[in-house]
Design a protein around this ligand. Structure first.
Ligand SMILES: Cc1ncc(COP(=O)(O)O)c(C=O)c1O
Length: 477
C-alpha cells in the first residue's frame, strides 16, 4: 500500500534532492562555454531519445538520483540557449537568481493572485511592474502586469484595447502594424476575436521601419470604406532586424486618429536603460501599452514577459469580473489585486524572478550589460562588413544585424543558396549558433547579441568562424 505521507519529504530528503540537483546544475553551467552551440543540429537524429520519454503514467516511483542523471543527459541535446555562443533568434538568458527565486516561491507557495492573501508578496510584484512603467516613462496611473512571455502580453494588450475602445460588434475594426511585426501580434489579434483581415500590414522603409505615409493612407482608405481604424502596433526592435518604428510620429497619428497605440518592445524595450536605446525609442512613453520580455533583455529564464499599460483602469475594465467566493478586492489604486487586471487567477509568484536580481545588483549592472550588447553587435557588424561580396542588409540599430552574400555573376537564388551554405558552415563549427531569416524575398544570416554570457571573446570566435567559412564559400565561387 502506498503511503500518502510519503509526499511530505523529510528535511534530509529535501536537502539531498536539492544538493543532488544543484551539483548537476553547477557542472552543467560550468560546461556551457565548451558545450556545442547547438546540441541538436539534426533533430531527427534525436527522435529515438525524444520517443524514450513518451511513457504511460508511472504507478510506482523511481530513484531520484537516477531520474536526475537521466534528465541531465537529455539537457545538452538541445540548442545551447543559455550558452555564450547562442546568437540565434532572440537569445534568452537564464539568470541563476531567478532559479533561486523560483525555488523559494514554489517552496513557500503563497498565493499572490489576490492582494489580501499575501499583501506584501503581491505588492512586490506590483512594485516590479512599477519599475518597468517608470523605465518607459509612464505616469503614476500605469501598471506593469507580469505575463509568461511577449506573446501573452501582446494578446492581453489587444484584448484590453478592444474592450476599452470597441463595441461588442467589432468586426469592422482594423489593426495596423508594419510588415516586420512579430507574428505573435497577428496571432493575438485572431485570438482576441478579430478576423485575419483586421490586421493591415504597413510597408517598411530601407531600415525596416514602418512607413508613416503608408500608415496614414491605410487609415484614410479604411475610414472612407466604412471600416473602423482602432489600433496601431509599433515595433521597438523587430525580430528580423531589430528595427524600431518611428514611435513619436506614430504616437502623433494615434492621437490624431484616436487609435490605441501598442508598442511591441519584447526584444528592444529594456534597452531603454541605455542612453542610446532611450534616444532611439523616443515616443514610447506616449503609448497606451507596451510589451516587454524580461526573458530576453533582462536575461531571465524563459517564461517571463510583461505588459505595461499607461492607465491601470484600462486593464481593470477589460478583466474585472466579480465572484462571491473571492475576498474583497482593493480600492486603493496602489494596492492591486493581480487577478483584477489580468486573465489569470491563481498564478506563480513570478515577480520574485525579476525582483531578486534587480535588488541584488541594481539597474546599473543591467544597464552595463545592455550597453555591452550594443557595442558587441557593432563589433560583429564591423567584422562582417569587411568581408568581400557581403551586403549588410541591416546594420545594428540595437543588437541585431543581418547580412548576405552577393557574389558577382550569380543570380539571387544562387546567392541565397551560397549564403545558406555559409550559414551551415559557420554553425558547423559549433562555437556559435546563428539563424537565418528572409528579408524582402532574400535569405539572410542574422546575429543577435543578447545573452548576459556573451562577451567580446565569443564575438571574436564568431568572427573567426565567419571569416574562415567565408573563405571556403567565396573561394569556391
Ligand atoms: C518582437 C517580438 N515580439 C514578441 C515576441 C514573442 O515573445 P515570446 O516568445 O516571449 O512569446 C518575440 C519573440 O521573440 C519578439 O521578438
Amino acid at each position: 500500500m502506498a503511503n500518502p505521507r510519503e509526499l511530505e519529504l523529510s528535511e534530509d530528503a529535501m536537502r539531498s534532492l536539492v544538493d543532488e540537483a544543484t551539483r548537476r546544475i553547477f557542472e552543467h553551467l560550468a560546461s556551457l562555454p565548451t558545450q556545442p552551440a547547438n546540441g541538436a543540429p539534426e533533430p531527427r537524429a534525436l527522435e529515438a531519445l525524444a520517443r524514450s520519454v513518451i511513457e504511460p503514467l508511472p504507478e510506482h516511483g523511481e530513484d531520484a538520483n537516477e531520474l536526475l542523471d537521466r534528465l541531465f543527459e537529455l539537457v545538452p541535446k538541445s540548442f545551447n540557449t543559455a550558452g555564450p555562443g547562442y546568437l540565434a533568434y532572440i537569445p534568452g538568458g537564464g539568470l541563476f537568481h531567478a532559479a533561486v527565486a523560483d525555488l523559494i516561491a514554489d517552496a513557500v507557495n503563497r498565493y499572490v493572485g489576490v492582494w489580501a492573501a499575501a499583501p506584501a508578496l503581491s505588492q512586490i510584484e506590483t512594485t516590479v511592474g512599477r519599475w518597468l512603467a517608470d523605465m518607459i516613462g509612464f505616469p503614476k496611473a500605469a501598471h506593469g502586469l507580469l505575463t509568461t512571455g511577449g506573446s501573452m502580453a501582446n494578446l492581453v494588450a489587444l484584448v484590453t484595447a478592444r474592450r476599452n475602445l470597441l463595441p461588442d460588434d467589432f468586426l469592422s475594426a482594423r489593426i495596423y502594424a508594419s510588415d516586420q511585426v512579430h507574428h505573435s501580434v497577428t496571432k493575438a489579434a485572431v485570438l482576441a476575436g478579430f478576423p485575419r483581415s483586421a490586421c493591415v500590414a504597413i510597408p517598411t522603409d530601407a531600415d525596416f521601419a514602418m512607413r508613416l505615409p503608408a500608415l496614414a493612407a491605410a487609415i484614410d482608405a479604411d475610414r472612407r470604406e466604412g471600416r473602423t481604424p482602432f489600433c496601431v502596433v509599433a515595433s521597438a526592435g523587430t525580430t528580423n532586424t531589430g528595427a524600431i518604428d518611428p514611435l513619436d510620429s506614430i504616437a502623433d497619428v494615434a492621437a490624431r486618429e484616436r487609435l490605441w497605440m501598442h508598442v511591441d518592445a519584447a526584444y528592444g524595450g529594456f534597452f531603454l536603460l541605455t542612453d542610446d536605446g532611450k534616444r532611439r525609442m523616443r515616443g514610447i512613453e506616449r503609448a497606451d501599452s507596451v510589451t516587454l520580455d524580461p526573458h530576453k533583455a533582462m536575461f531571465l529564464p524563459y517564461g517571463n514577459g510583461a505588459l505595461v499599460v499607461r492607465d491601470r483602469e484600462t486593464l481593470r475594465r477589460a478583466h474585472s469580473v466579480a465572484a462571491e467566493y473571492l475576498p474583497d478586492m482593493q480600492g486603493d489604486p496602489e494596492l492591486v489585486d493581480p487577478c483584477e487586471v489580468s486573465p489569470e487567477l491563481s498564478r506563480d509568484f513570478r515577480g520574485l524572478r525579476l525582483w531578486l536580481p534587480l535588488k541584488m545588483h541594481g539597474a546599473s549592472v543591467f544597464r552595463a550589460a545592455l550597453k555591452e550588447k550594443l557595442s558587441l553587435a557593432r563589433l560583429a557588424a564591423d567584422g562582417v562588413r569587411r568581408l568581400a561580396h557581403v551586403t549588410m542588409v541591416a546594420e545594428p540599430q540595437l543588437s541585431v544585424l543581418a547580412f548576405r552574400l552577393d557574389l558577382p555573376g550569380l543570380d539571387n537564388a544562387a546567392n541565397d543558396a551560397r549564403t545558406k551554405d555559409w550559414l551551415a558552415k559557420i554553425n558547423g563549427r559549433q562555437r556559435v549558433m546563428l539563424t537565418p531569416t528572409t528579408l524582402r524575398g532574400r535569405f539572410v544570416i542574422r546575429i543577435c547579441v543578447l545573452s548576459f554570457r556573451t562577451h567580446e571573446d565569443r564575438i571574436a570566435m564568431a568572427l573567426e568562424d565567419i571569416e574562415a567559412t567565408h573563405r571556403e564559400v567565396v573561394g569556391s565561387s
